[in-house]
Ligand binder design. Sequence first.
Ligand code: SF4
Ligand code: SF4
Length: 57
Amino acid sequence: MLTIDARCTACGLCLVTCPEGALVPARHRPTVVADRCTDCLACIEVCPRDAITEVPA
Ligand code: SF4
Ligand code: SF4
């Protein structure tokens, strides 16, 4: 499971990086659609703010 915290600047990089379309725009920062996410971790690697963290489900 991923969380996106307040370090996010809504740059949108993770949205275009996710191969599963599991990140969707939301009011302040992207939301993770958990049942689409395959835990590939590409979004964590690409985020310039280290705002995405994997946490135990
Ligand atoms: S890449 Fe990081 S800073 Fe950019 S929108 Fe995604 S979570 Fe936010
Ligand atoms: S871990 Fe992979 S599949 Fe899941 S939201 Fe991030 S980029 Fe998308």
